[in-house]
Design a binder for this molecule. Structure first.
Ligand code: PMV
Length: 333
């Protein structure tokens, strides 16, 4: 079976793992998928069953520095040390192991999330993208965007999309080693697009997306319909983005998220990330829409909702959802 290390070797093509500077720096934004990635055809390499489409959240993400050090890896988040046995600590160590030149090379990884209040967004996507960029900087590998995207994907699937700004498409690819499974930016902007974060709970999830995807793929009879739905939704979303058709965009994004959740509810044991409050917010959104407000939502592997709306409706959205945090994906905050 091809291992992550083998892929990194392929990516590096003889480049050296020797620091060119004291420390490397990387910065990447979180991203929200409007056509979701759910299910891997290769679990080791995070190669997806389907393509997906996301929006990077300009200004909201992660900054990371990587410095070679001695003794042990040292990982910190916002200045606080992270335990090596924690999920975060193990994730970072696993990433570093993919290219660590020998058993005596260690790294200090200092990470800060630039997502001020939006706790629901601090995802692994911007984290692994920033880490991949920082390592590329430290070793001066000069990897292309495509290569960086594959590198970040080995940390966490959705991280491959956080390498780029704006609308980003992750091509599922067809090759066994995933060298054709990388993200690319779409050359379209939508400056008036707004994303509203409605936090229902910040309690960590009990089932990781990795476990949930695997279980869904293996046990949910509804999963068969998922790739068909994704292919159709991708087409509609690109059309909606190209023509600025917001209703179509919102409708397809919401329907895609609900269909993803339906596949996991159909798994055994079932995976349900929603809380009663999540459903209450959905009903509020549907009521607001019945009353004429153009607002839609998407949801990931957690109970929080992300509203999709246009700048002109921001005041009205804030009236319906007073606690909402508004992100401008195409305009720097
Ligand atoms: O990349 P992961 O393992 O964090 O999975 C992300 C899965 C979703 O957020 C639910 C969907 C997506 O496309 O981002």
């Amino acid at each position: 079976m091809t291992k992550k290390k083998d892929i990194v070797k392929l990516l590096l093509q003889g480049r050296e793992v020797r620091p060119c500077k004291e420390r490397g720096f990387g910065k990447a934004w979180a991203n929200i998928a409007v056509c979701k990635y759910w299910g891997k055809r290769n679990e080791e390499l995070n190669i997806p069953v389907t393509s997906s489409l996301s929006i990077s959240l300009n200004g909201h993400g992660t900054e990371t520095t990587v410095t070679p050090c001695s003794g042990n890896d040292e990982v910190s988040l916002a200045g606080r040390p992270i335990a090596p046995a924690s999920q975060f600590g193990r994730g970072v160590a696993g990433f570093l192991n993919m290219f660590r030149p020998d058993a005596n090379t260690f790294y200090r990884v200092e990470t800060t999330n630039t997502i001020a209040t939006a706790a629901g967004l601090a995802s692994s996507a911007s984290g692994f993208a920033a880490l991949a960029m920082a390592v590329n900087d430290l070793y001066d590998w000069k990897l292309s965007g495509r290569e960086l995207s594959i590198f970040a994907r080995l940390g966490s699937g959705s991280a491959c999309r956080s390498i780029f700004d704006g609308f980003v498409e992750w091509n599922a690819g067809a090759s066994a080693d995933g060298m054709d499974s990388f993200a690319e930016p779409l050359s379209v902007e939508w400056p008036d697009l707004r994303i509203g974060l409605v936090r229902v709970s910040t309690v960590p999830k009990t089932v990781s997306s990795r476990t949930a995807m695997k279980r869904t793929r293996r046990t949910s009879s509804l999963y068969e319909a998922w790739p068909v739905k994704v292919a159709h939704d991708m087409m509609l979303l690109k059309d909606a983005i190209g023509t600025g058709n917001f209703e179509l965009f919102g409708q397809v994004a919401e329907s895609n998220a609900l269909a993803m959740h339906a596949t996991m509810i159909g798994a055994w044991p079932p995976v349900l990330y929603w809380l009663p409050e999540s459903v209450a917010v959905m009903r509020d959104i549907w009521r607001a829409r019945d009353e004429g407000l153009r607002v839609y939502f998407t949801m990931d592997a957690g109970p929080n909702l992300k509203l999709l709306f246009l700048a002109e409706d921001e005041d009205a959205v804030k009236k319906y959802f007073p606690g909402v945090d508004v992100v401008t994906p195409f305009v720097k905050p």
